[in-house]
Design a protein around this ligand. Structure first.
Ligand SMILES: NC(=O)c1ccc[n+]([C@@H]2O[C@H](COP(=O)([O-])OP(=O)(O)OC[C@H]3O[C@@H](n4cnc5c(N)ncnc54)[C@H](O)[C@@H]3O)[C@@H](O)[C@H]2O)c1
Length: 339
């Protein structure tokens, strides 16, 4: 039985709890959160996507408010690290050094230097560190990647990705809207699509972004062109300045020579392939969601099973690097080269 601890029991901590609970051979035995009211607060609904509302049995876990105490007393094999982003690097490194495997939420860290520190700690420890780029595991996104790679519909002509919602307001001290602690909408939210663009097409040669600013001066909406030096048009738009009534949209259109793949969480059916000939259809996809599938993947990795490489630490670092270039492009109002 893999003994799991969760550190940071907000929206994503509860999401990870649900994922671990549904997985055979693993048990959440410890939870750490600095919030003294965590048991009561856990009953409140939070987040921009469903799945974090699993009932939590606090009787069956050791509850800690201090991470070092959890590491000392937990007798753990693995950790879900679902803390605010500015804590990812130091806490991951501490857990790896204590001999734990770590599933750390995205973005990997606030900057490339911290990502590098995490990679070297993982290498030194010999333990698994996986960054929660759940979109790579999201069944419809994974199927889209499979279809594009398969080449059945020819080359990609254009691809657009959207991720839009209201500003996250569920965190205790509003760390999300503090750019220094979250990296803002680009690093926190839009990175999902940057990472998926990288997964589909590799690192772009350059990025060209424009950003919409809130009165605070923070960029709350970003639109990026990923330039590959060929004829395909790849863009992504992410923002958290939508009004609450808008809800949450994650969507994409991938336009190929002989088919179009469409996904939009807000539509029914959400997913379809529209071939050049014949009717549009919804392909079968893997059961579950990106969170459960990434957790299952991580569990297999720590069990030493032979699994396909879906996400690497170098790619997670690279996604942070690409988003940094996007933010730089917004600021300088010019195209930023990569590589
Ligand atoms: N993969 C996704 O789809 C997705 C979605 C939302 C957030 N995230 C990421 O997950 C991470 C957490 O986001 P969230 O929405 O769960 O935030 P949150 O604010 O809801 O939860 C963070 C929790 O950490 C606790 N905490 C803060 N400092 C602590 C410390 N030093 N020790 C112990 N506990 C501490 C807080 O009390 C809080 O309960 C972020 O990096 C965010 O970018 C990922």
């Amino acid at each position: 039985m893999t003994k799991v601890g969760i550190v940071g029991f907000g929206f994503m901590g509860r999401m990870h709890y649900r994922c671990w609970k549904g997985l055979q051979g693993a048990e959440v035995v410890a939870i750490c959160d600095s919030n003294p009211n965590i048991v009561e607060d856990t009953k409140k609904a939070v987040g921009n996507i469903g799945g974090s509302d699993e009932e939590v049995d606090f009787e069956r876990v050791d509850l800690y408010s201090d991470f070092k105490e959890m590491l000392a007393g937990g007798d753990l094999d693995a950790l879900s690290l679902t803390l605010p982003t500015y804590l990812h690097a130091d806490y991951s490194i501490e857990a790896l050094s204590a001999g734990l495997n770590v599933l750390c939420e995205k973005p990997m860290a606030l900057n490339v230097k911290d990502c590098e520190r995490m990679i070297s700690a993982a290498k030194k420890s010999g333990k698994v560190l996986q960054i929660g780029h759940c979109v790579r595991f999201w069944p419809e996104y994974a199927k889209a990647k499979e279809i594009v790679d398969g080449g059945e519909y020819g080359d990609v002509i254009a691809a657009t990705f959207q991720r839009l919602g209201a500003v996250p307001t569920w965190s205790i001290d509003n760390w999300f809207i503090d750019e220094k602690r979250s990296g803002g909408a680009a690093l926190d939210l839009h990175i999902h699509d940057t990472d998926f663009v990288q997964y589909l097409f590799g690192t772009p040669k350059a990025v060209c972004s424009i950003g919409g600013e809130a009165p605070s001066g923070n960029v709350v909406h970003i639109v990026t062109q990923y330039l590959y030096g060929d004829r395909k048009a790849v863009t992504a738009e992410g923002g958290w300045a939508m009004m609450p009534g808008f809800g949450f949209e994650m969507s994409f259109n991938i336009v190929m020579e002989k088919g179009t793949i469409v996904y939009d969480l807000t539509r029914d059916p959400a997913f379809k392939v529209c071939p050049a000939e014949g009717d549009a259809f919804t392909p079968e996809v893997e059961q579950g969601d990106g969170y459960t599938l990434q957790t299952a993947h991580f569990a297999k990795m720590i069990a030493g099973e032979d699994v396909p490489s879906v996400t690497t630490l170098e790619e997670s670092l690279n996604s942070v690097k690409i988003v940094q270039a996007e933010k730089e492009s917004v600021k300088k109002q010019e195209k930023m080269p990569l590589a």
